[in-house]
Design a protein around this ligand. Sequence first.
Ligand code: IFM
Length: 467
Amino acid sequence: MSNHLFPEGFIWGTATSSQQIEGAVNQDGRGESIWDRFASKPGNISDGSRPDVACDHYNRWPEDIQQMQWLGLDAYRFSIAWPRIFPQGRGQVNSAGLDFYERLVDGLLAAGIEPYPTLYHWDLPQRLQDEGGWANRSIVNAYADYAEAVTRRLGDRVSRWVTHNEPWCIACLGHEEGHHAPGHKDPAEALAVAHHILLSHGRAVPVIRREAKNAEVGIVQIHCPAYPATNSADDQDAARWFDGGFNRWFMDPVFKGSYPADAVADRIAAGHLSSSEMPFVQDGDLGIISAPLDFLGLNYYSRNVMKVDENGRRVAVKVVPREELTDMDWEVYPEGFLRSLMTVHQDYSPPKIYITENGAAYDYPIGANGRIADTKRITYLREHLLALHQAIQSGVPVQGYFAWSQMDNFEWALGYEKKFGLYAVDTETQNRTAKDSAYWYRDVVAANAVDDSDSSPSQGESCEPEA
Ligand code: IFM
């Protein structure tokens, strides 16, 4: 066994998002979000559930902070619900919404935990969607105003700011595949949406820097490395195609100020663009989008293996047995994490990187002894932290890691059945129970190190936070 020590000052955290944990959708003047509306349509959420109560974090945040303290966290990543701040998307600020985040931030700071808020993690005010949402360029101004209102109130005590979480998911899951709110299936619209999200990011960067003291600003991108199923030219091209649409389409504009030419050509060939003159891109946009950043937030879960099938379609395939997949059907592939980190470092050189999400969905019951022995999650986290350690040793400037997620929560179109939490949440009673992975992560945080053996976490200690 050997212990892999992380650099001194390495930041350990957990992550969540507003719509997934807060509940309280009608409390204190919050407006309707696109996810409230989407979840109200039968068939959109696989278990028929809704985010109305979720983990009731809006009312239980003090207890959640105590649990974060017990874990020994340095930092906590959460998101701000735009519909709490501007119930109609723009116009009149709802100060009760800002008050909530002020209480949360003050509570975190009092507990010695640094807040890392994300301004947009998918809960768009429904009123803005009624005007076309992210497909309507005017949303960029509304987003900049929203960023200003939030950072003006919290900028005196919060310095790390994330503009958006996973633009790919917003654009493609929400507007091309239709699995996420607002449920559109229009690949051409998804391209305009992607551009407006990136533009709003670029517009918000100087606003945040102006309003927040010593602000460090970044964007969170999900990265999924693509591997060809075979060495055939077709499969290699399928991997290139996936990488272009999933990774580079969102990274190149931010770090290089351009869209990747091969991926633009793919979209012209597919009929989603009529030419490389993209109608939604105006002069100066790419300069705004590529405003220098202080950090990149990188989310990694798995890889994709790509091939061309017998019908000539580019498809992702599973290459490992079912038992090696998580409950999301995602392959456990820590080597891919290393590859993502090396690729991002080499191709884009962000000045620093935080791993803003990494984790696995596994459902384990509470045992007779009251414990939740989620061994596969511990293995997943350990292997990924070892890959991360290797990347840091190779010179990738990663300065922090946020496990997804602090607690089981509303996993979007998959409802409450996919469980990513270090803490289980009983959706009836709202009781939180630390899983074995929470005990294990606590040990990692305390040691600032991960060991490569299968040792179990410190057992038998109370999970109650100390008074
Ligand atoms: O739950 C999500 C999160 O909201 C965004 N990143 C991926 C997670 C797991 O699917």
